[in-house]
Design a protein around this ligand. Structure first.
Ligand SMILES: *Cc1c(COP(=O)(O)O)cnc(C)c1O
Length: 348
């Protein structure tokens, strides 16, 4: 199978399995797992923050960040198409009484700055929930995996900070963003007070995300992680693979970006499919089947019968993600399969 549903399907590399087997371990709830401590120091350094904390998933990292920033009844201002708003089970609301307050995203994954400004200019009036954080996402998953320019991050930070609010960056794929923007994760995270990123997507580690910020913020975050049941004891088993991921799997993301571009061009040449354009594509291709939802699911099934898996998003829109384990020959085969599946299911 050529599995293009997500970069989360990536399996650990042989070097990761080796590192897992040899990892030096301790009780991380006591702060005594040397491998976790090493990973956390690397992560903090990479994004230019004082401290970092290993968590079980990106969802847990985002949840802890919002809970740490927002008292009950406070607003987290989030993108209307953001992962934390759409795809995390409303966790911050459900568990923390946080008022998730969406502002529109542009198709390129930016926050609509006029809408953000309007939201931030609401008067200090007891009718309104008090804002406590502004959250951004980079790369922006639901907006085509676009890398969001650093200048936009700076604009958001300026508006938020002027209102006295911190900025949280969901940087699940911050290494993809840095590559596409020809900059560093640190330069992107500079415009955020706190940031999360994933080890288990394009970097191919089996488990884990990092939440990073000031020492005081991470101390608060550790208490919340424990409360959520996320204190993981000999978590060096996970961290060992994460260290290898950060050391060996970042540069190869360029292959994924090249493969995604090739896939986008290939799919764009197929009658019956429309590829969403991207200003700064990373490792994702969103495309639409021109037809009914029923035709779209027949297309998906025909593609699967030819050994290619894609991810349905909404109605007739699909997402294909390139990643470790998918090479350029696989992309060629996927395009051929899509052409055949389209001819079979979308012919007039
Ligand atoms: C995948 C993802 C997450 C959540 O990560 P999980 O490890 O799957 O919980 C958060 N934000 C974005 C933008 C993501 O793509």
């Amino acid at each position: 199978m050529i599995d293009l549903r997500s970069d989360t399907v990536t399996l650990p590399t042989p070097a990761m399995r080796e590192a897992i087997a040899r990892a030096e371990l301790g009780d991380d709830v006591f702060g005594e797992d040397p491998t976790v401590n090493r990973l956390e120091a690397m992560a903090a350094e990479t994004v230019g923050k004082e401290a970092a904390m290993l968590v079980a998933s990106g969802t847990m990292g985002n949840l802890i960040a919002l809970l740490a920033h927002c008292p009950r009844g406070a607003k987290a201002i989030v993108g209307a198409l953001s992962h934390s708003y759409l795809y995390e089970g409303g966790g911050a609301s459900a568990l923390g009484g946080v008022v998730l307050t969406p502002v529109p995203n542009t198709p390129e994954g930016e926050l609509d700055l006029d809408a953000l400004r309007a939201e931030l200019e609401l008067p200090d009036d007891p009718h309104f929930a008090e804002p406590a954080v502004v959250a951004v996402e980079n790369t922006h998953n639901r907006c085509g995996g676009e890398a969001v320019p650093v200048a936009h991050m700076a604009d958001v930070a300026e508006l938020a900070h002027r209102r006295g609010l911190p900025v949280f960056l969901d940087g699940a794929r911050i290494f993809d963003a840095a590559l596409a923007l020809e900059t560093t994760p640190r330069a992107i995270a500079e415009h955020a007070d706190t940031v999360s990123f994933c080890l288990s997507k394009g970097l191919a580690a089996p488990v884990g995300s990092l939440l990073c910020g000031s020492r005081a913020f991470i101390e608060r975050a550790r208490r919340i992680r424990k409360t959520l049941g996320g204190g993981m004891r000999q978590a060096g088993i996970i961290a060992a693979a994460g260290i290898v991921a950060m050391q060996t799997m970042v540069e190869r993301l360029a292959d994924d970006h090249r493969n995604a571009e090739t896939l986008a061009r290939g799919l764009a040449g197929i009658a019956g499919l429309r590829v969403q354009r991207a200003r700064r594509r990373t490792n994702m291709v969103f495309f639409e089947v021109i037809g009914s939802a029923a035709q779209a699911s027949r297309f998906e099934a025909a593609l699967k019968a030819r050994g290619v898996l894609i991810s349905p998003r909404y109605l007739t829109v699909f997402r294909a993600v390139t990643h470790y384990g998918i090479d350029s020959a696989d992309i060629g085969r996927a395009i051929d399969a899509a052409r055949a599946a389209a001819a079979e299911t979308l012919a007039a």
